[in-house]
Design a protein around this ligand. Structure first.
Ligand SMILES: [Ca+2]
Ligand SMILES: [Ca+2]
Ligand SMILES: [Cu+2]
Length: 314
């Protein structure tokens, strides 16, 4: 890590200053989409200590009247060939299967649930009444962008998010060091037991946890890893395309919108990068509870394990 810049004062409420610097982004030791690890430079910025909660999002909706993407029926014109029963207000919910399933098919636990949205995270009949301090979920990219604009903030780039998640530990495996459970302690809300059939909740939480229940990282940030994945503003692309052997990218912004589209997607919905893993990350299925981990997420799609936090650039 290069010499940290001075912290500008005063701190905006609930935010922490991340000193700019050069760090090792990505990893060569895990999933192919994280490689190659490469040097990246990022300027200093402010970032929310916590992910945005249901209570905070509710205040925003009261003030602005925003109707989120999941609460509206998709326009048939945007989804050529889509079955009409899918063109209703709905979102994607994790449902624990009753028995062992084929891990290669995520439809065995992800269900498109009509009526699921941020107020009804498990679908109709569920509510957030007892979850004001849980991370808000089921938001599409347009929703989180609207919230950030209203709050006078922005979404982090992938590089900003990853620098912040590393908490000053350059090159470490996890946000807190190189061990998943230092001293037997759970450092993030992830999944214990055999995914997706057995969820022992050894870390204290089977679903989302209220924000800030696990130890902060070196920058005082909470739940960067686990609990919910977090939106970033970068269009998804393979790391190999952004790592230039000759030089260190400065404030990289990800790929091109068109290039982020999944070629198998008939609707050609572009995809952003999401970071940090969630309460569904399990040793037998998805070891993405690390700063380098990354996945593409279609901009029109929220899920029950995806939230966000914002930044302010100086
Ligand atoms: Ca858990
Ligand atoms: Ca997180
Ligand atoms: Cu995961």
């Amino acid at each position: 890590m290069s010499a940290p810049t001075a912290t500008p004062a005063p701190a905006p409420a609930g935010m922490a200053w991340i000193p700019g610097g050069t760090f090792l982004m990505g990893s060569d030791h895990h999933y192919p989409e994280e490689a190659p690890a490469h040097q990246v430079s990022v300027d200093g910025f402010w970032i929310d200590r916590r992910t945005v909660t249901n209570a905070e999002f509710a205040r925003f909706v009261r003030r602005t009247g925003l109707v989120t993407v999941a609460e509206r029926a998709p326009d048939a014109a945007d989804y050529p060939g889509a079955r009409p029963e899918l063109l209703v207000p709905a979102s994607t919910v994790f449902r624990q299967p009753p028995h062992r399933v084929d891990l290669r098919d995520h439809h065995n636990w992800w269900t498109y649930v009509p009526g699921a949205d941020w107020r009804h995270p498990q679908g109709p009949g569920s509510s957030i009444r007892k979850k004001p301090d849980h991370p808000v979920v089921h938001l599409a990219w347009a929703d989180v962008e609207a919230y950030a604009a209203w709050a006078g903030k922005e979404l982090p780039t992938e590089a900003e998010w990853e620098l912040a998640a590393r908490g000053g530990l350059d090159g470490a495996e996890f946000a807190w060091g190189d061990e998943l459970n230092p001293g037997g302690r759970w450092m993030a809300n992830t999944w214990q037991g055999e995914f997706p059939v057995e969820n022992t909740g050894e870390d204290g939480h089977r679903g989302t946890a209220p924000v800030g229940r696990f130890p902060p990282n070196g920058y005082g940030l909470l739940d960067m890893i686990g609990n919910v994945w977090e939106w970033t503003r970068d269009w998804y692309q393979a790391h190999g395309e952004l790592a230039h052997a000759c030089c260190t990218p400065v404030n990289p912004l990800g790929g091109e919108r068109q290039g982020s589209v999944d070629p198998r997607d008939p609707a050609r919905v572009p995809r952003k990068v999401m970071k940090g893993g969630s309460h569904l990350c399990a040793p037998n299925y998805c070891r993405r509870d690390r700063p380098a981990a990354r996945m593409p997420q279609a901009v029109d799609t929220g899920t029950s394990h995806l939230g966000f936090r914002c930044v302010i650039r100086s």
